[in-house]
Design a protein around this ligand. Structure first.
Ligand SMILES: [Zn+2]
Length: 158
């Protein structure tokens, strides 16, 4: 996964450094949104999605890295994003409920993004977490490799 980043960046920097020792986060790619802040690039979203172990869920998330509509304005988004969890943590984003419920074969195409200023690694993992919800993954379900599932407790950006 890291190699993928490095090749992209290496092309830009003519291979002056190797990415095994330098973090290349955030240096390369196309942002998932032109207007929302603190979104990952499509390329880092796709790379981060590779940790999902379920094929249908992973393919769905990878597709949404390119095709999701990222919504960061509007009353509903702003109000929901203002809420914090029981530990005072800010919400990274959310997906509105839909009937019939979304699945990895029939995802919600829109995610709400709270524009929290976090390091690029957190942005990628948070995005993949939210896109997994858009693909039908339920909170606290383990065994799918989704970042921030209940085996981790919270998204681990380190
Ligand atoms: Zn969640």
């Amino acid at each position: 996964m890291k190699r993928l980043y490095c090749y992209g960046v290496g092309a830009l920097f003519s291979g002056f450094f190797t990415c095994s020792v330098v973090s290349c986060e955030g240096l390369w790619g196309t942002p998932m949104s032109e207007t929302c802040r603190y979104v990952p690039t499509i390329q880092y979203c796709e790379a981060a999605a590779q940790q999902i172990t379920d094929t249908c869920l992973r393919d769905c998330v990878v597709n949404l890295c390119t095709n999701a509509k990222v919504v960061c304005t509007g009353d509903v988004t702003v109000a929901e994003c203002a809420k914090t969890d029981d530990f005072g943590n800010k919400k990274g984003g959310f997906v509105l409920p839909r009937e019939p419920r979304q699945t990895c074969l029939d995802p919600v195409k829109e995610i709400n993004w709270c524009q929290v200023s976090t390091p690029p690694k957190c942005q990628e993992l948070t995005m993949v977490h939210e896109l997994a919800h858009a693909c039908g993954w339920k909170e606290n379900t383990t065994g799918f490799g989704v970042p921030g599932d209940s085996s981790e407790g919270a998204i681990n950006c380190k």
